[in-house]
Structure formats: C-alpha cells, structure tokens
Design a protein around this ligand. Structure first.
Ligand SMILES: Cc1cc2nc3c(=O)[nH]c(=O)nc-3n(C[C@H](O)[C@H](O)[C@H](O)COP(=O)(O)OP(=O)(O)OC[C@H]3O[C@@H](n4cnc5c(N)ncnc54)[C@H](O)[C@@H]3O)c2cc1C
Length: 438
C-alpha cells in the first residue's frame, strides 16, 4: 500500500486531537500538512456527552451536534471543516505500530504514514473486569463506555425491552452519571462499589452523603463495601445476574461497568520515557523523543501549581494541553517560545438536575458549606480544601459559575464568595465566607 507523508500527524481522534486541529488552523497550517488519524469512524467530538445527553430519552444529543469545539463554546468542527482547511481526517484507522526512530506509523489495514512531527493523542481506555479474570465478565450485555460505538450499544440495549434491571459496577463519576441516565430511562438501577462512599477520589464523606441521598430519592439503589466477583449467564450467553463478594446475587438484564481508565501508551512502550503510567512530557508537551509530543489523558506533565508531574483525565486539560502543544510547535519553528503550561485542574460532572464543578487539589482540611441536604430544593452547596493555610481546592454543586484563583486570594463560587487574605509570609491567616443569597 502507498505510503502517505505529512509534516504533522496527530494519532488519535478524540477531544485533544480536535482542539489541536483547531489550533493548527489558527496558527496557519497549510493544506496537506496535517493529518488526524483516528480509530473511531467519526470526527472528533466532545466525549463527556456520551455518559450524559447521549443516553437521555428526551433532549438526546447526537452527532453532528457535539463535535468539538462546542463543549467550550467554540465553533463546531464538522468533517467539512477539516476538508476546507486541507487537513486529512483519516477515520476508522487504527495505528498498530509506531516506530519513532524512523518516524513511521503503520495501520491495522497495512497503510504506512510518515511524519516530521507527531502528536500522540490516544487518550485512555477502560479497565475491564475481564482484565482481573472476573468469572463471566465477557457475557453479552455487560457494557463499558469510552467511545461512541460503546454508547450506541448501550442505547440499543436500553431500548431493547421494557422493565429492565441494570447493575452499575463502580462508584466513580461514570458510575454516577450512568446510573442517573438509566433511572431517567426508567430502568431499575443498582450501583455497587467497594468504597465507603461514592467518588472517593474526590468527594469527602459530607459531599458524598448528599449524592447518595439524592440518588436514593431518585430510586437508585446503592450497595457499598462489596465488589462484583462473577456474572451468571443464560443459554444465549447474556448476563442474568451479578454475584457480589458478600454473597448477594443481583438480577441484571444489563450491567454497566465504570471502574476506571488507563492511558493508551502501549504503542510507544520502550521508545519514549513514561511516568505515572503515562507518557512523560515537559511543560510544552514535548516527550523524551525529539519531534514527538503527547497531549490529553495520555500525557504525564509538570503541574506547575503543585510542583510535580501528574496525569489527569479531564476534558478541560485535553483541550488546553492540545492547544499548548500546537502553539509550542509553531513558536519553536519561528525561533520563539511560549509560556510554560500552568494548569489549574478543573473537572465537572452532570447527572439528573445536578451539576458540579471542582477546581484545584483535594488535599488538606475541608469545609462543607451551603445546603447539602439531599431533600433540599436548591441543593446548592460546596466544599473547599485548605492546606498549609492556603485554599487549594474548591467544589460547588448547582452553581452557575465557579472562578478560582487558588493559592492566591479570591475564589468566587457563583453566589458564594470565599475571600482569602494572604499575609506577607505567604500564608493565608484569615478568610471570610459570604453567602449573599442565603
Ligand atoms: C463517557 C465519558 C464521560 C466523560 N465525562 C467527563 C466530564 O464530565 N468531565 C470531564 O472533565 N471529563 C470527562 N471525561 C474525560 C474526558 O472525556 C477525557 O479526559 C478526554 O476525552 C481526553 O481526551 P483525549 O483526546 O486525550 O482522549 P480521547 O478523547 O479518549 O481520544 C482518544 C482518541 O484516540 C483514538 N485512538 C486511540 N488509540 C488509537 C490508535 N492506536 N490508532 C488510532 N486512534 C487511536 C481513540 O479512538 C480516540 O478517538 C469523560 C470521559 C468519558 C469516556
């Protein structure tokens, strides 16, 4: 098969790839110079929609409605946009081999792609229960959610019959969003997770108590402190029940698993330096290999604010890291430089009529404020984290906007205001919290 050659190649066609393509266009990439190669059959889209409106029975989101960059209020990049800009959007093409020394990629179908500069934007993939040898984990109607094909299969199963019973394995944000979506579809949903409360990597017990109470009021059953150890199947190989470690057996027509993700870096193993499971980069998303960049979920980058290398799975970072890498590439071509990436971690989630945002780091002491009763009509509350006298993290449910200047002075949480005063020795010695609307 013919070899194709590009000045720039982005491998991966998700959020980071889409935002990178837009930045390439802004920087004046010339027709024919850039290719985006994606395993998926569709142009880059805003992945968070898959566990939200994509699954709703009403107000359903479907492509082309949520192609990037609508998630951040930008222009929607349809396949025509790439064509107009002379960007080759090479879809349904999985790269199965990467040779960074010869700057060559090979696809599953046997095509060869050469590049001068490579951006790795392969994202992450789901951790599967079959990876741990859980008995029956390959049964039909056990779903995972990462790509649009996964979401389509889940939608088909949701619509296949009435009075479904679903079990959601995992109590992270995917588990929370999916069990809400199942309930909105009037499906009997039970969540199972081993931790003492949901979303333990971020939520405090106080925050989680609100969500667990709220979900229970919406009819989601929650089973904590145990794990799924096996699945029963019928003669068609379809799941029929979930066996829990504590001996209970839950009937299930469908099971949705959200037990975490892992970065897709295997193609580059042994060729590029890795750190914390991801591909190690500098503040411009350059890897240890010249002319190779890594952005989005797959990159482990210097988080300047905390002075350490981190890998995050936040859509906001996927967008910003992609833009930073492309700006850095063009700047270096012109003998210029850009500022180092200075990321303030931001993550959000939406389920039912709830919507939360989190900025910063969830370390240190926490303070819960506002009305966090699960039966509250406003359910407007938040939490902030204080470490070494500084506010380092802020969480808000049901706010309009959350602006934070962490480690600095002011955090504006919609109509909650936290004002901190910094003393000359660098420590915040006092702060005030105002609730003007309460
Ligand atoms: C269901 C879901 C809901 C989410 N909700 C939120 C949310 O509410 N808030 C939030 O902050 N974050 C959320 N996230 C996380 C966010 O979507 C990710 O952080 C973001 O998509 C990462 O962007 P990325 O480009 O690095 O990876 P991805 O968007 O995953 O894109 C990676 C792309 O690379 C392709 N690819 C991988 N390997 C190859 C290969 N070998 N050859 C060719 N193509 C390849 C994949 O098919 C995919 O198209 C959610 C994620 C999921 C899955």
């Amino acid at each position: 098969m013919a070899e194709k050659s590009f000045k720039y190649v982005i491998v991966g066609g998700g959020v980071a790839a889409g935002y990178a393509a837009r930045e390439f266009a802004k920087q004046g990439v010339k027709p024919g110079e850039l290719a985006v190669i994606s395993k998926e059959a569709v142009a880059p889209y805003e992945r968070p929609a898959l566990s939200k409106a994509y699954l709703f029975p009403e107000g359903t989101a479907r492509l082309p409605g949520f192609h990037v960059c609508v998630g951040s209020g930008g222009e929607r990049l349809l396949p025509e946009w790439y064509a107009e800009k002379g960007i080759s959007l090479i879809l349904s093409t999985e790269i199965v081999k990467a040779d960074l020394s010869s700057k060559t990629l090979a696809s599953a179908a046997g095509e060869t792609f050469k590049y001068q500069i490579l951006i790795i934007a392969t994202g992450s993939t789901v951790i599967k229960l079959s990876d741990f040898g859980v008995q029956g984990a390959d049964a039909k109607n056990i779903f995972y959610l990462r790509e649009i094909d996964d979401a389509d299969k889940l939608v088909e199963a949701i619509k296949a019959k009435k009075n479904l019973k679903a079990v959601v394995v995992g109590g992270g944000y995917i588990g929370l969003e999916l069990s809400a979506a199942l309930r909105v579809n009037n499906i009997d949903a039970t969540m199972v997770y081993p931790e003492p409360w949901c979303m333990p990597r971020l939520f405090t017990a106080g925050i989680a108590a609100f969500y667990e109470g709220y979900y229970a009021n919406k009819g989601v059953k929650i089973i904590k402190g145990t794990v799924a150890v096996g699945f029963g199947t019928n003669e068609n190989g379809e799941v029929t029940d979930v066996k829990l470690k504590d001996g209970r057996v839950l009937e299930a027509d469908i099971v949705v698993v959200g037990v975490g993700g892992k970065p897709l870096a295997t193609l580059f193993k042994g060729q590029v330096e890795e750190e914390k499971g991801g591909i190690k980069t500098d503040a411009f998303f350059k890897t240890s290999v010249p002319d190779v960049y890594a952005v989005g979920d797959v990159a482990t980058f210097p988080l300047k604010l905390y002075g350490e290398l981190r890998r995050v799975e936040h859509v906001d970072h996927a967008r910003k890291s992609a833009e930073q890498a492309v700006k850095a590439i063009f700047a270096s071509e012109q003998g210029k430089s850009v500022d180092e990436y200075d990321y303030l971690p931001f993550f959000y989630s939406r389920a039912f009529d709830l919507s939360w945002q989190f900025y910063g780091d969830n370390v240190g002491e926490t303070v819960l404020f506002g009305d966090s009763s699960p039966t509250s009509t406003t359910h407007k509350f938040g939490s902030y984290w204080i470490k070494d006298g500084k506010v380092v993290g802020a969480f808000l449910e049901s706010g309009q906007d959350l602006l934070c200047f962490l480690g600095n002075k002011v955090i504006l949480l919609d109509d909650f205001y936290i004002v901190c005063r910094e003393e000359s020795n660098g420590l915040i010695l006092s702060f005030w919290v105002f609730f003007p609307s309460m």
